[in-house]
Each structure stands twice: as structure tokens, then as C-alpha cells.
Write a protein that binds this ligand. Structure first.
Ligand code: ATP
Ligand code: MG
Length: 283
């Protein structure tokens, strides 16, 4: 059996559970429990604090986990990242009050910096030969400069909205992070079959999320041109329509290219274009 750790509550909770469910694992949600059995997969889900997960992984309490990559870096643990998961994207940045001049890391010399990520910040300061005092705060770091507790902060940013509301400006990006599937290295060797099975399912779900199934009608003499426009699959499916001289083309396209492709297809003469989400994708 594998023990899978996910965040008990917080930013990662919903997306983590959704991912496991999309992979076909039936998990009860963890609101009242710390541990849930998976009925149809040889696994147990542990609901834990994101910041505690690196240690639990390292100790083998959990075999694998979904957590923010930044906490793996912060806790400096020897853990394998199996898969990047594409959600909870953020960056760890240094910010200073608006209007305060900042020309580079050297300007942090002798300053007080508030953060919840002291290890990552210290590494950055060391790299730039800067001496500053780090004030460890566990939450609401962005208010520290306003209340005179610090000159600068080092915190996670995604849209930058919280910084903006608190009159702060992002100046330096220390690292980029997203949710990852991480594993205890010993578990990875000893429970490779189960872990690989789950990783395989995760890859197919993530791939499917990035793609759309597209079908449309097109005059026969435009089929070749339309095939050039569709970038993803080896070769599109072409089926004859009942109406003479027309075909139905089916293919898969990358979500990012969607609008460009759509435009080109319309110009090429495509009609009745349907776009459908894909649930799983194994190629
Ligand atoms: P816990 O309180 O469970 O120990 P935490 O304080 O790290 O953990 P959250 O604030 O829920 O919990 O953040 C979880 C993860 O989500 C972070 O480690 C980071 O990877 C990501 N994250 C944090 N802030 C942001 C943000 N502003 N935008 C996007 N992702 C973020
Ligand atoms: Mg927290």
C-alpha cells in the first residue's frame, strides 16, 4: 500500500483532491479525518499541513505527496520530484514599500526582512553576499513593513494583488514554484509499481487537461490544408459526410493554440466546429 500525503486545508487542498479523483481514486474528503482509505486503489490518503509534508516524506510516514515545490526547497529535504502538476504556480519574491529605491540585492544590506521562508531567503542573501536580519513570521508577512516590523519582505506571490494592496513592489524573484508530486526515495524504489501506476494516471489526466478534442466539417478539397493546421496528433481522422464533397475531421489540439487554430480553420473553410474536453489521454 502507498501512503499519499495532501494538504489538509489551504490553497492546494481542492486541486490535489480533484487530481486524485480524476485519476480514478475514490477518496473521502479530509475535513474531519486525518486519514482516508482509497476504496479502489491500494493507497491511503493522509491530510497534513503543507509545511509539515517534507519532513513526513523524508521520514517515510508518507510515501508520496502533493505539495508546493517551494516547501521542499525551504525544508531542504532529500526527496524526489516525480512530476510537476501545473497548479498553484507562484514565485518567492522580495518586495519593498512602493517608492523605496531598490537597485539590487545589495540594497538589502543591514535591512530587516520579514518572511515565512527563512532558509530560501538566507540562501539568496548568501549568494549575493548580503547581510540582513531575517524576521520569521508565519503568516500575513506583507503587513510587516506597514507596522514598522521590517524594511522588506520575502513572500510567495502569484497575481501580485496582495503586494499591491499593501503598498509593496516586487523587486526580485528568488524561485518559482508549483504543486509537485514528490516521493520518498526509498518508497520510490520499493513501491515503484504503485507509484508508477499513479504517476502514469496523473500524466494522462494532466495531458488531457491541456488538450481539447475538435471536430468540424470541411470540403474534401480542403482536407489536406486543414491537416497542416492541426498540430497535435500524428494524423487526423477523416470521415465522409452523407453530403457529397464534404468530410468530418476529428483531431486533438493544444488548449494554448486553440484560438489561433480555430481562426485558421475557419479561413480554410471549416464549418460546424465542435470542441470537447478530454477526460484522459494516453498517447
Ligand atoms: P500549511 O499552512 O498547510 O502548512 P502553507 O502555509 O504553505 O501550508 P498555503 O498558504 O495554503 O499553505 O500555500 C500552499 C502552497 O500553495 C504554497 O506552498 C505554495 O506552493 C502555493 N502558494 C502559496 N501562495 C500562493 C499564491 N499566492 N498563489 C499561488 N500559489 C500559492
Ligand atoms: Mg499556512
Amino acid at each position: 500500500m502507498i501512503k499519499i500525503a495532501v494538504q489538509k486545508s489551504g490553497r492546494l487542498y481542492e486541486d490535489s483532491l480533484k487530481l486524485l479523483k480524476d485519476c480514478g481514486l475514490s477518496v473521502e474528503d479530509g475535513l474531519d479525518t486525518l486519514k482516508a482509505q482509497v476504496r479502489n486503489f491500494d493507497a491511503e490518503v493522509l491530510f497534513l499541513r503543507n509545511s509539515d509534508i517534507p519532513k513526513y516524506l523524508e521520514d517515510g510516514v508518507a510515501d508520496i505527496a502533493i505539495l508546493g515545490e517551494n516547501v521542499l526547497i525551504e525544508k531542504n529535504v532529500d526527496i524526489a520530484v516525480v512530476e510537476k502538476l501545473g497548479f498553484s504556480k507562484c514565485r518567492l519574491s522580495v518586495a519593498v514599500p512602493k517608492g523605496v529605491p531598490f537597485n539590487g540585492p545589495q540594497d538589502l544590506n543591514g535591512k530587516k526582512i520579514a518572511t515565512s521562508y527563512p532558509h530560501s531567503l538566507q540562501q539568496y542573501l548568501n549568494k549575493h553576499n548580503v547581510t540582513a536580519s531575517i524576521h520569521l513570521i508565519s503568516g500575513s508577512v506583507e503587513i510587516a513593513p506597514n507596522i514598522g516590523l521590517a524594511d522588506a519582505i520575502c513572500d510567495l506571490v502569484s497575481s501580485g494583488n496582495t503586494l499591491f494592496k499593501n503598498g509593496l513592489e516586487e523587486k526580485e524573484i528568488l524561485l518559482k514554484s508549483e504543486a509537485v508530486l514528490a516521493a520518498n526515495k526509498k518508497s520510490l524504489a520499493e513501491k515503484s509499481v504503485l507509484i508508477e501506476e499513479l504517476a502514469f494516471r496523473i500524466r494522462s489526466v494532466l495531458k488531457a487537461r491541456k488538450n481539447k478534442y475538435i471536430l468540424f466539417n470541411i470540403p474534401n478539397d480542403k482536407v489536406a490544408e486543414a491537416s497542416q493546421i492541426l498540430p497535435v496528433l500524428k494524423s487526423p481522422t477523416v470521415l465522409p459526410l452523407l453530403e457529397e464533397g464534404w468530410s468530418s475531421m476529428h483531431s486533438v489540439i493544444n488548449d494554448e493554440d486553440f484560438w489561433t487554430v480555430l481562426n485558421k480553420l475557419e479561413k480554410c473553410g471549416a464549418q460546424g466546429i465542435l470542441v470537447i474536453p478530454i477526460e484522459k489521454m494516453i498517447v
